[in-house]
Design a binder for this molecule. Structure first.
Ligand code: NAD
Ligand code: DGY
Length: 336
């Protein structure tokens, strides 16, 4: 007898902002109806995206603030798969209320992001960008003299704020690659890390006082928002280099600009900003002692592919009703 049962309707997935490699896209298309919004710049204002949201069971992408108001339109939403480890773009309390699983991409980007931290540390300390620009502009007319010298990184004291996955990877580079002394501030102490890196946990202010270089790797949250303010920069002092690989929101940006302009701190290496892309008229784009990167912490071919691959797996598993490989809020959900 012919099978007259209708096959179950395919779930709908929206891919936004981050284009996926063809084989990853194919994995989604085999299972779901896929709506591709990766070419839309201003997603939250896009009429087609807003119209598609109520049909979506899953969202996969990054770099867009998905707030409560926007998500309320997505009545059928079961899972969000963020192609990032940071989850500050999502209203997690609201996702928990609605039993929507949020997945992210920890671990696969840790080493690359730690490399980027060292790119910033070295560039800021050795004035790499400023002096390279001098060469490019044809201004290298005599040998570099003392006013243009940088400062050493090796054997200095590094203060890591947020000794998580990335903080630890930065600490290993510092300790074993550069012979640095590593101190850290974190919500909780990590005794194994303390042994491995011979690192000391310090109160936030003490850490700032004792550091030649401060590197921030905390997530953005209510507790960390603007934790680097005028007082923090004053505590770091005139020789200190400040490196931010976390989120722009952890810094009071006008206070940082003032600290760089006044010599309250020596220099900054920044991958992240309060507003991204960094507005062209920001003083940070013009200060010689600010090295500014366009949020490329994880932006290598290998790592961005690994992140996308994990995010696709996370989404497939979530929409199949399985526990995904890297859920962020699993314990807060009914199925957790
Ligand atoms: N620039 C980039 O491209 C890039 C790339 C990856 C990650 N990041 C950022 O780095 C963050 C960290 O990533 P991770 O994988 O290391 O996360 P993680 O969770 O492993 O580490 C974060 C650490 O910060 C600590 N912490 C949290 N709140 C704190 C507070 N108020 N005071 C002190 N310590 C606190 C946590 O205890 C944890 O040890 C991400 O959330 C993201 O925002 C940026
Ligand atoms: O949180 C993250 O993963 C980065 O900021 C984006 O790669």
């Amino acid at each position: 007898m012919a099978d007259t049962t209708t096959p179950p309707e395919k779930k709908t997935v929206i891919v936004y902002k981050r284009p996926l490699a063809p084989d990853l896209m194919a994995q989604l298309e085999q299972r779901f109806t896929v709506l591709d919004f990766t070419c839309v710049t201003d997603l939250t204002e896009d009429a087609d995206f807003l119209e598609a949201l109520p049909r979506a069971h899953g969202l996969i992408g990054a770099s867009v603030k998905l707030d409560r108001e926007l998500l309320a339109r997505a009545e059928r939403l079961e899972a969000i798969s963020s192609i990032s480890v940071g989850v500050d773009n999502y209203d997690i309390a609201y996702l928990n209320e609605r039993d929507i699983v949020l997945c992210h991409t920890p671990d696969v980007l840790t080493e690359t992001t730690a490399d980027t931290a060292f790119l910033l540390i070295l560039s800021a300390a050795r004035r790499g960008v400023e002096l390279a620009n001098m060469v490019r502009k044809g201004e290298w007319t005599e040998s570099v003299k003392e006013p243009q010298f940088g400062v050493d990184v090796h054997h200095k004291t590094l203060g890591i704020v947020g000794m998580g996955r990335i903080g630890q990877a930065i600490g290993r580079r510092a300790k074993f690659g550069f012979g640095m002394t590593v101190n850290y501030h974190n919500r909780s102490r990590h005794e194994i890390v303390e042994q491995e890196l011979d690192a000391t946990w310090l109160e936030f202010e003490t850490l700032l006082e004792r550091s030649d270089i401060v590197c921030v790797t905390v997530p953005l949250s209510d507790a960390t928002r603007k934790m680097f303010d005028q007082k923090a920069f004053e505590t770091m002092g005139a020789e200190c280099i400040f490196v931010n690989i976390s989120r722009g929101g952890v810094v009071d940006e006008p206070a940082l600009i003032e600290a760089l302009q006044n010599g309250t701190i020596r220099a900054a290496g920044l991958d992240v900003f309060e507003t991204e892309p960094l507005p062209a008229d920001s003083p940070l784009t013009r200060l010689d002692n600010a090295v500014t990167l366009p949020h490329i912490g994880s932006a290598t071919h290998e790592t961005r592919f690994a992140m996308a691959e994990l995010a696709v797996q996370n989404l497939i598993q979530s929409l199949q009703g399985d526990r995904p490989q890297a859920p962020y809020n699993w314990d807060a959900l009914d199925r957790g």
